[in-house]
Design a binder for this molecule. Sequence first.
Ligand SMILES: Nc1ncnc2c1ncn2[C@@H]1O[C@H](COP(=O)(O)OP(=O)(O)OP(=O)(O)O)[C@@H](O)[C@H]1O
Length: 348
Amino acid sequence: MPAPPCASCHASRAALRRPRSGQALCGACFCAAFEAEVLHTVLAGRLLPPGAVVAVGASGGKDSTVLAHVLRALTPRLGISLQLVAVDEGIGGYRDAALAAVRRQAARWELPLTVVAYEDLFGGWTMDAVARSTAGSGRSRSCCTFCGVLRRRALEEGARRVGATHIVTGHNADDMAETVLMNFLRGDAGRLARGGGLGSPGEGGALPRCRPLQFASQKEVVLYAHFRRLDYFSEECVYAPEAFRGHARDLLKRLEAARPSAVLDLVHSAERLALAPAARTPRPGACSRCGALASRALCQACALLDGLNRGRPRLAIGKGRRGLDEEAMPGTPGDPARAPTSKAVPTF
Ligand SMILES: Nc1ncnc2c1ncn2[C@@H]1O[C@H](COP(=O)(O)OP(=O)(O)OP(=O)(O)O)[C@@H](O)[C@H]1O
């Protein structure tokens, strides 16, 4: 049976059914609708004002590739300029190939690219070195905790270097729903409340951040990349299989099979969540070491680096007190001899 006509242009044959609405569209109309929806998210949420210099967190993966491509198409409408900022976490056999994809994108789209490396920013620590150091604790899944916190800091640093006024990341609706589920499962009311909106306003001198793909499903992101023939890197991080997020992802897939709106329902429920005053996180102050926003004496990045440098990576990720949780969007002492430097001081 031939495909039905496109429900939008009525001229071409439909090439897909939109996963949520079931609408049959041709590739061109789907891409136009997808871009219009991202534009609406940005305008309705007042995420990126005209004149903004926007640092796109570019990982080379599908989400940030789609985000950069869509924002580039919307640049004239939004009146913004774009900079790609890529973070090299120092993950052998993974990040180099992903960075190669980012470099190809920057060249093809004629966008300036800046790469910042953990190794340079964090006193010699790469993610591979962190993984070796935390392996002794028997908690290799804490890799994602470290990486999430340090990447956030590195992205901020890269964005500042290029004079950005705003940071955008490619988190899609599925990523957001997974995070909401994880926070619920951990009873982390503070993060639930913080993670609900479309981004953060840039408290304490941090640059404002937002997620323009927050309402786009992963399936549609993949479809957009397919129809626009985008070149992206699609392998999973070598440390990801250990992450707690994988359980939330599996659970979400089953929920979605039973209730297709589960992903967006979760995203919206977090947006509307009202917290009792007792559950709110304390008013953040400044990190005593680097001055970044912190709810304790040290910010998350400095606390993690402190633990690593003292050969006690678990210090900052739990055990004995409520530490950081995996991927903050967030045992036995490690072997100090594995640490790349004896005294790593963040350079931010
Ligand atoms: N190494 C990196 N450099 C710059 N930005 C990054 C990096 N890793 C992740 N990000 C940003 O954070 C977002 C979420 O990253 P995450 O690791 O959850 O991957 P993802 O959902 O698979 O996204 P992507 O498909 O873009 O890699 C990315 O879309 C990107 O904007």
